[in-house]
Design a protein around this ligand. Structure first.
Ligand code: GLA
Length: 400
């Protein structure tokens, strides 16, 4: 009898200790902040959902449409949080129903304080009520920010936990993303506080690298520097979140233009996608899915690259080499396969030569270049010409 009670208590503990993720692979989708800021409405969101389907992105695995800050219209006379009636006149339930009818999922945003980062209504002291409301609307993902809250990890842990428990209590599986910008090393504690993913760097802007340390926003390379060695903190169902992909924004403004950002080259966007896939990061796009050019589409729809990201082992790549010119990552995949990423972070084209055994890969491998699609049947070496800011990505199959 004692044993039965013990197992019952243990099960209850697991049930309430974290919101259940939808699936153990990194979430894929689109988020409104980078391009639209607070200028969002139901037409924009529906349009993005339509484009996600018609562009082929849904078939490639992208499924979350996440509404960031700026949707809120305060609270009604029963303190229920409500959407801005001008921006979302049909209400959130209708929007979620629309997305679900397309087999997509809806995400929303709130903050662990009375006000959000853009000064809209937050969820502090209304966690259970808001979680219930989100569940009733059919929300599938919550990005939970931390502006206007005491800036220390101890309070953050408590406030995230309160919302995580409220989400579990709501009875609906809602992915819980802690937006903590990498302050106070959330990879060490956010999972225990009930989050499935935690922002591990500040807001990404549409640039390769920030021009000075004083700039708060991060470029693609700044984020890689910060998140590239956090592999041990992610796994199936829990992820470091390096923020949205900036692929395809081309300096089109919105908050992604902060910090003097004016856009990136296609090579840099390809590196953005390559590294996010190697780091087993959420793949949350942010450009206008309705007007993507061919290159953007090819980057987002590269199924071989996505497969690296969604691999069943969910193991982020390990950065094996880091120097002024090169960042080399190795990701262990299921079925004894590997992915290798070779990033040239310098300002010039360079040749990269290395025996695979120096990366811990003994023997011979068939090497599939996941961007050019060329296949090397059998090799023991890397011998590559890599353009400035380019990342070559290979899938390696051991030859018996
Ligand atoms: C913070 C977050 C961003 C975005 C804005 C919204 O800056 O880090 O990702 O959600 O708030 O106001």
């Amino acid at each position: 009898m004692k044993k039965i009670i013990f197992f019952l208590v243990l099960n209850l503990f697991y049930l309430f200790s974290s919101a259940q993720p939808h699936k153990p692979a990194p979430p894929m989708g689109w988020m409104s902040w980078n391009l639209f800021g607070i200028n969002i409405n139901e037409q924009v969101i529906r349009g993005m959902a339509d484009a996600m389907v018609s562009s082929g992105m849904k078939d490639a695995g992208y499924e979350y449409i996440i509404i960031d800050d700026g949707w809120q219209g305060g609270r009604d006379n029963r303190n229920n949080i409500i959407p801005d009636p001008q921006k979302f006149p049909s209400g959130m339930k209708a929007l979620a129903d629309y997305l679900h009818s397309k087999d997509l999922k809806l995400g929303i945003y709130s903050d662990a304080a009375p006000l959000t980062c853009a000064n809209f209504t937050g969820s502090l002291h209304f966690e259970e009520q808001d979680a219930k409301t989100f569940a009733a609307w059919g929300i599938d993902y919550l990005k939970y920010d931390y502006c206007n809250a005491p800036q220390n990890a101890d309070t953050a842990k408590i406030r995230y936990r309160v919302m995580a428990d409220a989400l579990v209590k709501s009875g609906r599986p809602i992915v819980f993303g802690a937006c903590n910008w990498g302050f106070w090393s959330p990879w060490l504690w956010a999972r225990d506080a009930g989050a499935q993913l935690w922002r591990s760097a500040d807001d990404i802007a549409d640039m390769w690298q920030k021009k000075s340390k004083e700039i708060k926003s991060e470029g693609i390379m700044d984020v890689i520097d910060k998140v590239g060695d956090l592999h041990e903190y992610a796994g199936p169902g829990y992820w470091n979140d390096p923020d949205m992909l900036v692929v395809g924004l081309y300096g089109k403004g919105g908050p992604s233009g902060m910090g003097g950002a004016t856009g990136c080259t296609d090579t840099e966007y390809q590196t953005n996608m390559s590294l996010w896939c190697l780091m087993a990061s959420p793949l949350i796009t942010s450009c206008d899915l309705g007007s993507m050019n061919e290159t953007t589409r090819k980057i987002f729809l590269n199924k071989d690259i996505i497969a690296i990201n969604q691999d069943a082992l969910n193991k982020p790549a390990v950065r094996k080499i880091k120097n002024d010119n090169w960042h080399v990552f190795v990701k262990t995949l299921e079925n004894d396969e590997f992915a290798i990423g070779v990033l040239n972070s310098s300002g010039e084209e360079n040749i990269f030569e290395l025996p695979l055994s120096d990366l811990g890969l003994d023997g011979k491998y068939m090497m599939h270049d996941l961007w050019t699609k060329t296949i090397t049947k059998s090799t023991k070496n890397l011998n590559l010409k890599v353009a400035s800011h380019e990342t070559k990505v290979f899938r390696l199959t051991r030859i018996k």
